[in-house]
Design a protein around this ligand. Sequence first.
Ligand code: PLP
Length: 400
Amino acid sequence: MSERALVSALGARAAELDAADELAGLREQFVLDDVVYLDGNSLGALSAGVPGRVDDVVRRQWGELRIRSWEESGWWTAPERIGDRIAPLVGAAAGQIVVGDSTSVNVFKALVGAVRLAGEGRDEILVDATTFPTDGYIAASAARMTGCELRPVDPDEVTSALGSRTAAVLLNHVDYRTGRRFDLPSLTSAIHAAGAVSVWDLCHSAGALPVGLDEHGVDLAVGCTYKYLNGGPGSPAYLYVRAGLQDRFDSPLPGWNSHADPFGMSPSYAPASGALRGRVGTPDILSMLALEAALEVWDGVSIDSVRAKSLALTDFFLECVSAYVPEGRVESVTPSAHAERGSQVALRCADAGAVMKCLIDNGVVGDFRHPDILRFGFTPLYVGFADTERAARVLAETLS
Ligand SMILES: *Cc1c(COP(=O)(O)O)cnc(C)c1O
């Protein structure tokens, strides 16, 4: 087929796919211009309801009600309330997720908490050797603090690395660089079979695909809210502690907000029960309530339909890239099997840094990950098939 015919055939397919897309209407709930925004796996787009809510929080709740808002505007209970709003998106029943702090801080709480939950004589922490760096740094410190040895392992070797010494295992559901999705159910059950505690980082899966925390018996999990959950820059992260473990969860950061009687101002600590045991200090209300407003776009949206569209988008992107881009110029490092794919496509490309600059100049926003990866994140709530075809076309033009 000639190049022109190819472009018009794929363009027509894109139009058909967009017309049949049940989620297409959600795009109107976001503030977007005519760039193709494929960086929602780094910072989700602004949803249209957020500016008005933030304005109300600042001017009325803070400006007029002032201190009364801790109660009257629901500020004090926001971490648990918003945790319950995130819960269905990650397959958790209410009462197990608390929002606050950064992912890094929650990795620390979860991992030290996991080692404390593990049985006597277990003195090894396994961590995905290819993890997002902050998880590895925090794991090293958690290991030092708990007297454990940190063992970085290739995610494919986790099962064989498990043993009677393993206290806790920190894994990513989806790899931030390659977009590879790991088998959370079978890894969690292998971890349990070895008598260890599982900690999952959901940064690149929550809001993009089903997680099934309760169904698969995950022990602890953390995730950020500014990627596929569109919470805004630096929006607070969350911590999941399975209901059955909450009474034994011993946080390494037992601040006054997780005290059973925070206003009793007791000199001695007594942990609250439930998810709020994961709280630390005063929550960052402005970011937190922006996140709460952003989560409203999920009302009535099923994560299964989001997953179906995500796979259709990434399939279509890979198809357009292989049709348009000269053979050998890029190589996908994202698994082609659906079961092993998250919601991004990562392409290895020799001059990836310069290529991404050029793509951004031409209205296609992805990102570059050192040393040679072009990353394209597909947020099904606001990315369509015509966007996807255009991104592949601009990439081909850039590379030719
Ligand atoms: C985005 C991301 C983080 C970010 O951590 P912060 O503390 O929010 O900066 C951590 N881990 C993973 C796997 C991520 O993808």
